[in-house]
Design a protein around this ligand. Structure first.
Ligand code: TXA
Ligand code: MG
Length: 341
């Protein structure tokens, strides 16, 4: 058991956190997407501790975070023209590029793959921490493996207290869903995970990208992107994700039917549906307006964690229009769900 320090992200504490990272410790820190669980990416023993702290399987590779393009050549052996164009357009920001790795990157970090995932986060605390650490920092989301991702320091503490040395508290994450992961080493750039940078925005810069469906590979094989595992991001209370298009009143009726069957029901709810859902006897969590997917994205993980704390029997969520951030929202909710209908 390690004592976990919860540190407000003051300049002095950022300096202390950078020192911890250089010494091989684990430090969770805020990014614009979700909190990351950081370790020195070039220290294999430190990076290995990420897997045990999270309970993450060794075949799930890590994202490496940098604060300046001059750190790229330590990590990537080749950077193509389209990759550079994407960095110029979206870094710092919620886009992770998968590039051919150098020999300096330990195989354990990439789960044996010849490619490494890299991103430059757009968060002042993360950038300052990376600058002061002076080394690339490996960081998956700072949650227990398979659980809902953390968008506040208290979410990190709930999952990882006693397992890591420190948490830098920089408030709530603004984007709220993870970065878009784009593989640049295939014949065509391939979207492995939809995320904070919409596919449409990427295509405006480099043209069409291929979409990768869900992976169904044997567990012992390194997955092209294990974020694509079927069950991930999950709350403890079973979630039903409704993808069948339906009118708000029909959705409220569906929920009312469960309440009448004696179930305590929570709903990740769009603002316009809340009155009807309360009427139906459900406990709603306000995601904001359906027509504002950026606001909704920022709330889905906080919503799942809050509903999980309300002693409910089951949860419901309704799919959003898949444009822009909607693609990432639907992706996360379908993986968080026990049942998709
Ligand atoms: O927004 C984010 O990306 C957050 C913050 C902390 O930066 N990080 C994050 O990391 O979501 P994680 O480990 O939870 O998800 C990383 C995703 C996984 O789906 C992983 O399989 C994929 O990136 N990935 C990492 N390295 C890869 C590689 N070499 N090839 C293919 N996919 C890779
Ligand atoms: Mg994750």
């Amino acid at each position: 058991m390690t004592t976990t320090q919860l540190l407000p992200a003051t300049p002095a504490n950022i300096t202390a956190a950078a020192r911890l990272l250089r010494a091989g410790s684990l430090v969770a820190f805020p990014t614009e997407t979700v909190y990351g669980l950081g370790a020195d990416a070039l220290n294999p023993a430190a990076a290995a501790r990420i897997f045990s702290a999270k309970g993450r399987p060794a075949e799930d590779p890590l994202i490496v975070h940098i604060h300046t393009l001059s750190q790229l050549n330590q990590l990537a052996s080749q950077v193509s023209e389209p990759a550079l164009a994407l960095m110029e357009a979206f870094w710092p920001g919620p886009l992770t590029l998968v590039l051919p790795k150098t020999s300096q990157v330990d195989d354990a970090l990439t789960a044996g793959l010849p490619f490494v995932a890299i991103r430059m986060p757009n968060h002042p605390v993360a950038l300052q921490l990376l600058r002061q650490t002076g080394r690339p920092v490996a960081a998956p989301s700072a949650n227990l493996f398979g659980h809902t991702s953390p968008t506040s320091a208290s979410h990190v503490l709930a999952d990882l207290n006693g397992r890591i040395e420190a948490i830098l508290d920089g408030g709530e994450c603004t984007v709220g869903v993870e970065s878009t992961v784009l593989h640049m080493g295939m014949e065509q750039p391939t979207l492995l995970r939809p995320g904070g940078v919409p596919r449409e925005a990427i295509e405006q810069v480099i043209g069409p990208v291929a979409l990768r469906g869900r992976q169904h590979q044997p567990a012992h094989q390194a997955l092209p992107s294990p974020g694509l595992l079927d069950r991930h991001y999950a709350p403890h209370t079973p979630l039903t994700f409704v993808t069948t298009p339906m009118a708000p009143a029909d959705f409220a009726n569906l929920v009312a039917g469960r309440v009448q069957a004696g179930r305590k029901v929570g709903v990740l709810a769009y603002r316009g549906h809340i009155a009807m859902l309360v009427q139906a006897g459900a406990t709603p969590y306000d995601l904001g307006h359906e027509h504002d997917p950026a606001a909704v994205a920022s709330q889905i993980y906080a919503g799942l964690r809050w509903l999980d704390s309300q002693h409910l029997d089951e949860l419901f969520a309704l799919a959003i229009s898949p444009a822009g951030l909607g693609l990432a929202i639907n992706d996360r909710l379908s993986r968080a769900a026990e049942r998709v209908v």
